[in-house]
Design a protein around this ligand. Structure first.
Ligand code: CA
Length: 230
């Protein structure tokens, strides 16, 4: 789950990012409309959190532009401009939700989760591979009927693999899903996460398997391991 926070107040952005990161979201920060445009052009975000009063313009203009371009990414508008007129304007332009400043980080997290659970979008679906299921709305993973608790990073890894069962997912795509822009990507850390997740799936008797595609990335299949793929 990757989130873009468009916010020019650095202290606030860092505070909120900390709260979202603890919930397992990978968060990038854009401090201007220009940075937000660039980020959205290069990464597919699950949710964008959009401040309206930015140094180089009005966030609503950016939202209007994205919607004109048929960009369906859910957007939560976060702003001190909390009068009813502005709220209505934001929703009319295509915001999915609206939260007036100051807000509690816990409430923001709840709103982001609620947007993920909406059935209309690509979010909030149950991904399946063999007897393994991943509910992207609640982040609950089950093998058969049994719950499989996973650490946050492995949850994010499993989600990206299960969204593309039977297809090779490149290391770059996995890194994009797991890390924020500013993190130093450590390929050993990614390999270690894959290795731990793979062992957990075996111990839990999941029929889905993570295959290593040497030099390229990883692929999940819904069957038990086949010798020539290992
Ligand atoms: Ca601002």
């Amino acid at each position: 789950m990757r989130v873009l926070m468009v916010e020019d107040e650095a202290d606030l952005a860092i505070l909120v990012c900390g709260g979202l990161a603890r919930e397992g979201f990978a968060v990038d920060i854009a401090a201007t409309l220009a940075e937000a445009r660039e980020a959205v052009a290069s990464v597919r975000y699950d949710v964008v959190l959009l401040d309206l009063t930015l140094p180089d313009g009005d966030g609503l203009d950016l939202l209007r532009q994205w919607r004109r371009q048929q960009n369906p990414t859910p957007v939560v508008v976060l702003t001190a401009r909390d009068s009813l007129d502005e709220k209505v304007a934001g929703l009319n332009v295509g915001a999915d939700d609206y939260l007036g400043k100051p807000y509690a980080v816990a409430e923001l997290v709840a709103r982001v989760r609620a947007i993920r659970r909406r059935p209309a979008g690509a979010l909030g679906v149950v991904l399946k591979a063999g007897n393994l299921k991943f509910d992207t709305g609640t982040s609950a993973v089950t093998v058969g009927e049994a719950a499989l608790p996973l650490p946050r990073r492995e949850l994010a890894l499993l989600e990206v693999l299960m969204r593309r069962v039977g297809q090779v997912v490149t290391r770059q795509a996995i890194e994009n899903s797991l890390y924020g822009f500013d993190d130093i990507v450590d390929s050993n850390a990614m390999e270690a996460s894959v290795s731990r997740l793979r062992k957990r799936l075996i111990v839990a008797e999941a029929t889905a398997t993570i295959h290593t595609v040497r030099g390229v990335g990883y692929m999940m299949t819904s069957e038990k391991p086949v010798d020539d793929l290992r």
